[in-house]
Design a protein around this ligand. Structure first.
Ligand SMILES: [Zn+2]
Length: 306
Protein backbone atom coordinates (compact mmCIF):
# COMPACT_ATOMS: atom_id res chain seq x y z
CA UNK A 1 0.00 0.00 0.00
CA UNK A 2 1.78 3.08 -1.24
CA UNK A 3 0.87 6.55 -2.34
CA UNK A 4 2.60 9.56 -3.78
CA UNK A 5 3.62 12.15 -1.21
CA UNK A 6 1.34 15.15 -1.00
CA UNK A 7 4.21 17.47 -0.22
CA UNK A 8 7.37 16.49 -2.09
CA UNK A 9 10.47 16.59 0.08
CA UNK A 10 12.18 18.99 -2.33
CA UNK A 11 11.07 22.22 -3.93
CA UNK A 12 11.01 20.63 -7.36
CA UNK A 13 7.55 19.31 -8.18
CA UNK A 14 8.75 16.72 -10.69
CA UNK A 15 9.15 13.16 -9.45
CA UNK A 16 12.36 13.02 -11.45
CA UNK A 17 15.17 15.23 -10.26
CA UNK A 18 18.76 15.28 -9.18
CA UNK A 19 18.93 15.30 -5.44
CA UNK A 20 21.99 15.58 -3.32
CA UNK A 21 21.43 17.24 0.04
CA UNK A 22 24.41 18.88 1.67
CA UNK A 23 26.21 16.65 4.12
CA UNK A 24 27.12 17.62 7.67
CA UNK A 25 30.90 17.97 7.84
CA UNK A 26 32.65 16.26 10.76
CA UNK A 27 35.72 18.57 10.49
CA UNK A 28 37.85 18.51 13.63
CA UNK A 29 35.34 16.52 15.65
CA UNK A 30 36.71 13.28 17.02
CA UNK A 31 34.85 10.00 17.07
CA UNK A 32 35.57 6.58 18.46
CA UNK A 33 35.76 3.45 16.33
CA UNK A 34 33.24 0.99 17.82
CA UNK A 35 35.47 -1.94 16.83
CA UNK A 36 39.01 -1.02 17.97
CA UNK A 37 38.14 2.04 20.15
CA UNK A 38 40.66 4.20 18.27
CA UNK A 39 39.90 7.95 18.36
CA UNK A 40 39.50 9.21 14.78
CA UNK A 41 39.59 12.82 13.59
CA UNK A 42 36.41 13.64 11.66
CA UNK A 43 38.19 15.18 8.67
CA UNK A 44 40.56 12.21 8.18
CA UNK A 45 37.72 9.77 8.75
CA UNK A 46 35.64 11.40 6.00
CA UNK A 47 38.64 11.47 3.66
CA UNK A 48 39.04 7.76 4.35
CA UNK A 49 35.41 7.17 3.18
CA UNK A 50 34.24 6.65 6.80
CA UNK A 51 36.48 3.63 7.26
CA UNK A 52 38.60 3.29 10.44
CA UNK A 53 42.24 3.87 9.48
CA UNK A 54 43.42 1.45 12.15
CA UNK A 55 41.15 -1.62 11.88
CA UNK A 56 39.23 -0.97 8.61
CA UNK A 57 35.86 -0.91 10.36
CA UNK A 58 33.32 0.32 7.78
CA UNK A 59 30.93 2.85 9.32
CA UNK A 60 27.42 3.08 7.85
CA UNK A 61 26.87 5.48 4.94
CA UNK A 62 23.66 7.31 4.14
CA UNK A 63 22.00 6.50 0.81
CA UNK A 64 23.21 9.77 -0.79
CA UNK A 65 26.77 9.26 0.49
CA UNK A 66 26.73 5.78 -1.02
CA UNK A 67 25.44 7.13 -4.34
CA UNK A 68 28.16 9.80 -4.34
CA UNK A 69 30.78 7.16 -3.58
CA UNK A 70 29.73 4.81 -6.36
CA UNK A 71 28.47 6.88 -9.27
CA UNK A 72 30.03 9.43 -11.65
CA UNK A 73 29.73 13.03 -10.45
CA UNK A 74 26.30 14.53 -11.19
CA UNK A 75 25.22 11.46 -13.17
CA UNK A 76 22.61 10.30 -10.66
CA UNK A 77 19.01 11.16 -11.50
CA UNK A 78 16.54 10.26 -8.80
CA UNK A 79 13.09 8.99 -9.79
CA UNK A 80 9.91 8.28 -7.83
CA UNK A 81 11.08 10.19 -4.78
CA UNK A 82 7.46 10.93 -3.92
CA UNK A 83 6.38 7.36 -3.18
CA UNK A 84 5.65 6.93 0.53
CA UNK A 85 4.04 4.32 2.75
CA UNK A 86 0.49 4.52 4.04
CA UNK A 87 -0.76 2.83 7.20
CA UNK A 88 -3.08 0.07 5.89
CA UNK A 89 -3.45 -1.68 9.26
CA UNK A 90 -3.81 1.44 11.44
CA UNK A 91 -0.91 -0.05 13.34
CA UNK A 92 -0.19 1.19 16.84
CA UNK A 93 2.77 -0.10 18.84
CA UNK A 94 3.05 0.31 22.59
CA UNK A 95 4.56 3.74 22.21
CA UNK A 96 3.47 5.18 18.87
CA UNK A 97 1.09 4.98 15.90
CA UNK A 98 2.76 3.97 12.62
CA UNK A 99 1.67 7.07 10.71
CA UNK A 100 3.16 9.27 13.46
CA UNK A 101 6.34 7.19 13.31
CA UNK A 102 6.55 7.74 9.53
CA UNK A 103 6.20 11.51 9.96
CA UNK A 104 8.77 11.59 12.75
CA UNK A 105 11.34 9.56 10.79
CA UNK A 106 10.83 11.78 7.76
CA UNK A 107 11.59 14.88 9.80
CA UNK A 108 14.56 13.35 11.63
CA UNK A 109 16.24 11.68 8.67
CA UNK A 110 15.27 14.06 5.85
CA UNK A 111 14.09 11.19 3.61
CA UNK A 112 10.54 10.02 3.05
CA UNK A 113 11.41 6.33 2.72
CA UNK A 114 14.24 3.87 3.37
CA UNK A 115 15.42 3.62 -0.25
CA UNK A 116 16.48 6.03 -3.00
CA UNK A 117 16.17 4.91 -6.62
CA UNK A 118 17.22 6.30 -9.98
CA UNK A 119 19.69 5.90 -12.81
CA UNK A 120 23.33 6.94 -13.13
CA UNK A 121 26.64 5.98 -14.67
CA UNK A 122 29.72 4.33 -13.14
CA UNK A 123 32.81 5.15 -15.22
CA UNK A 124 30.42 5.91 -18.08
CA UNK A 125 28.57 2.59 -17.85
CA UNK A 126 24.85 3.30 -17.40
CA UNK A 127 22.80 1.46 -14.79
CA UNK A 128 19.62 1.64 -12.73
CA UNK A 129 20.12 1.59 -9.00
CA UNK A 130 18.37 1.39 -5.65
CA UNK A 131 20.27 2.38 -2.50
CA UNK A 132 18.84 1.69 0.96
CA UNK A 133 19.32 3.92 4.00
CA UNK A 134 19.42 2.31 7.45
CA UNK A 135 18.48 5.51 9.28
CA UNK A 136 14.84 5.35 8.13
CA UNK A 137 13.14 2.82 10.47
CA UNK A 138 16.19 0.54 10.31
CA UNK A 139 16.07 0.32 6.50
CA UNK A 140 12.99 -1.87 6.91
CA UNK A 141 11.09 -3.01 3.81
CA UNK A 142 7.49 -1.83 3.77
CA UNK A 143 5.31 -1.58 0.69
CA UNK A 144 6.86 1.72 -0.46
CA UNK A 145 10.39 0.26 -0.28
CA UNK A 146 9.21 -2.85 -2.17
CA UNK A 147 7.51 -0.70 -4.80
CA UNK A 148 10.60 1.50 -5.29
CA UNK A 149 12.96 -1.49 -5.51
CA UNK A 150 10.62 -3.03 -8.10
CA UNK A 151 10.51 0.23 -10.07
CA UNK A 152 14.33 0.43 -10.06
CA UNK A 153 14.46 -3.07 -11.56
CA UNK A 154 11.80 -2.14 -14.13
CA UNK A 155 13.80 1.00 -14.94
CA UNK A 156 16.75 -1.26 -15.78
CA UNK A 157 14.52 -3.31 -18.11
CA UNK A 158 13.08 -0.17 -19.72
CA UNK A 159 16.50 1.40 -20.30
CA UNK A 160 18.15 -1.94 -21.14
CA UNK A 161 20.82 -1.43 -18.45
CA UNK A 162 22.13 -3.54 -15.54
CA UNK A 163 20.67 -3.02 -12.06
CA UNK A 164 22.53 -2.46 -8.79
CA UNK A 165 20.82 -2.68 -5.40
CA UNK A 166 22.77 -1.61 -2.32
CA UNK A 167 21.08 -3.18 0.71
CA UNK A 168 21.07 -2.35 4.38
CA UNK A 169 18.04 -3.44 6.34
CA UNK A 170 16.65 -4.80 9.57
CA UNK A 171 14.21 -6.83 7.44
CA UNK A 172 10.48 -6.60 6.78
CA UNK A 173 8.61 -3.65 8.34
CA UNK A 174 6.44 -5.21 11.02
CA UNK A 175 4.07 -2.22 11.12
CA UNK A 176 2.80 -3.25 7.67
CA UNK A 177 2.34 -6.94 8.45
CA UNK A 178 1.52 -9.07 5.42
CA UNK A 179 1.83 -6.11 3.01
CA UNK A 180 5.48 -5.98 3.98
CA UNK A 181 6.06 -9.72 3.48
CA UNK A 182 4.43 -9.54 0.03
CA UNK A 183 7.30 -7.28 -1.09
CA UNK A 184 9.64 -10.26 -0.96
CA UNK A 185 7.66 -12.03 -3.71
CA UNK A 186 7.14 -8.82 -5.68
CA UNK A 187 10.83 -7.80 -5.83
CA UNK A 188 11.84 -11.39 -6.60
CA UNK A 189 9.36 -11.59 -9.49
CA UNK A 190 10.72 -8.31 -10.90
CA UNK A 191 14.26 -9.74 -10.79
CA UNK A 192 13.07 -12.83 -12.67
CA UNK A 193 11.83 -10.50 -15.44
CA UNK A 194 15.22 -8.74 -15.45
CA UNK A 195 16.82 -12.16 -15.92
CA UNK A 196 14.45 -12.94 -18.81
CA UNK A 197 15.56 -9.67 -20.42
CA UNK A 198 19.16 -11.00 -20.10
CA UNK A 199 20.23 -8.04 -17.98
CA UNK A 200 22.61 -8.50 -15.04
CA UNK A 201 21.78 -7.69 -11.42
CA UNK A 202 24.54 -6.78 -8.96
CA UNK A 203 23.75 -6.96 -5.26
CA UNK A 204 25.85 -5.01 -2.75
CA UNK A 205 25.38 -6.00 0.89
CA UNK A 206 26.32 -3.45 3.54
CA UNK A 207 26.12 -3.51 7.32
CA UNK A 208 23.59 -4.81 8.31
CA UNK A 209 21.58 -6.82 5.74
CA UNK A 210 19.10 -9.09 7.47
CA UNK A 211 15.58 -10.57 7.54
CA UNK A 212 13.20 -10.35 4.60
CA UNK A 213 15.68 -8.34 2.52
CA UNK A 214 18.33 -11.07 2.85
CA UNK A 215 15.60 -13.64 2.15
CA UNK A 216 14.59 -11.95 -1.11
CA UNK A 217 16.38 -9.59 -3.52
CA UNK A 218 19.64 -9.13 -1.59
CA UNK A 219 20.72 -12.75 -2.12
CA UNK A 220 19.58 -13.04 -5.74
CA UNK A 221 22.42 -11.14 -7.39
CA UNK A 222 24.10 -12.52 -10.50
CA UNK A 223 27.09 -11.22 -8.57
CA UNK A 224 26.71 -10.56 -4.85
CA UNK A 225 29.41 -8.57 -3.07
CA UNK A 226 29.65 -7.30 0.50
CA UNK A 227 31.63 -4.76 2.46
CA UNK A 228 34.06 -6.21 5.04
CA UNK A 229 32.72 -7.03 8.49
CA UNK A 230 29.05 -6.45 7.61
CA UNK A 231 26.37 -8.32 9.56
CA UNK A 232 24.66 -10.55 6.98
CA UNK A 233 22.02 -13.02 8.08
CA UNK A 234 18.34 -13.88 8.06
CA UNK A 235 17.77 -14.09 11.83
CA UNK A 236 20.19 -12.13 14.01
CA UNK A 237 22.65 -13.95 16.31
CA UNK A 238 20.70 -13.10 19.49
CA UNK A 239 17.48 -14.53 18.03
CA UNK A 240 19.22 -17.74 16.92
CA UNK A 241 20.95 -18.18 20.29
CA UNK A 242 17.71 -17.52 22.18
CA UNK A 243 15.70 -19.93 20.05
CA UNK A 244 18.24 -22.74 19.62
CA UNK A 245 19.86 -22.42 23.08
CA UNK A 246 23.32 -22.63 21.51
CA UNK A 247 26.27 -20.29 21.42
CA UNK A 248 27.15 -19.27 17.87
CA UNK A 249 30.82 -19.23 16.85
CA UNK A 250 32.44 -15.80 16.83
CA UNK A 251 31.74 -13.82 13.63
CA UNK A 252 29.17 -16.40 12.52
CA UNK A 253 27.05 -13.87 10.66
CA UNK A 254 29.61 -11.58 9.03
CA UNK A 255 30.53 -11.04 5.37
CA UNK A 256 33.64 -13.18 5.92
CA UNK A 257 31.61 -16.11 7.27
CA UNK A 258 29.01 -16.05 4.49
CA UNK A 259 31.78 -15.78 1.87
CA UNK A 260 33.50 -18.81 3.36
CA UNK A 261 30.21 -20.73 3.14
CA UNK A 262 29.52 -19.82 -0.47
CA UNK A 263 26.62 -17.44 0.03
CA UNK A 264 28.29 -14.42 -1.60
CA UNK A 265 30.91 -13.97 -4.32
CA UNK A 266 33.35 -11.44 -2.90
CA UNK A 267 34.18 -9.00 -0.13
CA UNK A 268 35.29 -5.63 -1.44
CA UNK A 269 36.82 -2.77 0.57
CA UNK A 270 34.86 0.47 0.26
CA UNK A 271 37.69 2.23 -1.60
CA UNK A 272 37.63 -0.44 -4.32
CA UNK A 273 33.86 -0.74 -4.73
CA UNK A 274 33.50 1.71 -7.58
CA UNK A 275 36.27 0.17 -9.71
CA UNK A 276 34.97 -3.33 -8.98
CA UNK A 277 31.47 -2.37 -10.12
CA UNK A 278 32.88 -0.68 -13.23
CA UNK A 279 34.77 -3.90 -14.07
CA UNK A 280 31.60 -5.95 -13.57
CA UNK A 281 29.58 -3.57 -15.74
CA UNK A 282 32.25 -3.81 -18.43
CA UNK A 283 32.42 -7.59 -18.29
CA UNK A 284 28.69 -8.29 -18.06
CA UNK A 285 27.88 -5.59 -20.60
CA UNK A 286 30.11 -7.31 -23.11
CA UNK A 287 28.74 -10.73 -22.25
CA UNK A 288 25.22 -9.40 -22.60
CA UNK A 289 25.97 -7.80 -25.97
CA UNK A 290 27.58 -10.98 -27.15
CA UNK A 291 24.56 -13.01 -26.04
CA UNK A 292 22.13 -10.75 -27.86
CA UNK A 293 24.35 -10.66 -30.94
CA UNK A 294 24.49 -14.44 -30.77
CA UNK A 295 20.69 -14.62 -30.54
CA UNK A 296 20.25 -12.21 -33.45
CA UNK A 297 22.66 -14.26 -35.52
CA UNK A 298 20.79 -17.48 -34.63
CA UNK A 299 17.48 -15.90 -35.57
CA UNK A 300 18.73 -14.63 -38.91
CA UNK A 301 20.23 -18.04 -39.54
CA UNK A 302 16.85 -19.72 -38.83
CA UNK A 303 15.18 -17.16 -41.09
CA UNK A 304 17.61 -17.86 -43.95
CA UNK A 305 17.24 -21.61 -43.75
CA UNK A 306 13.41 -21.50 -43.98
ZN1 LIG B 1 38.84 0.76 14.28
Amino acid sequence: MVKEAEVPSTTQSSSQHQARPSKPFAGNLALKCPECKEMLVGRDWEKNLKVCSRCSYHFKLTAYERIELLTDTDSFVEVDSDIISVDPLNFVSRSQAYDAKLREESENVGLNEAVIIGHATIEDYPLALAVMDFRFIGGSMGSAVGEKITRAIELGIEKNTPVLISSTSGGARMQEGLYSLMQMAKTTAALAKLGEARLPYFSLLTDPTTGGVTASFAMLGDVTIAEPGALICFAGPRVIEGFMHVKLPEDAVTSEFVLQHGMIDAIVHRRELRQTLARLLHFYGKTNRKSSEFLEESHSHVHQTK
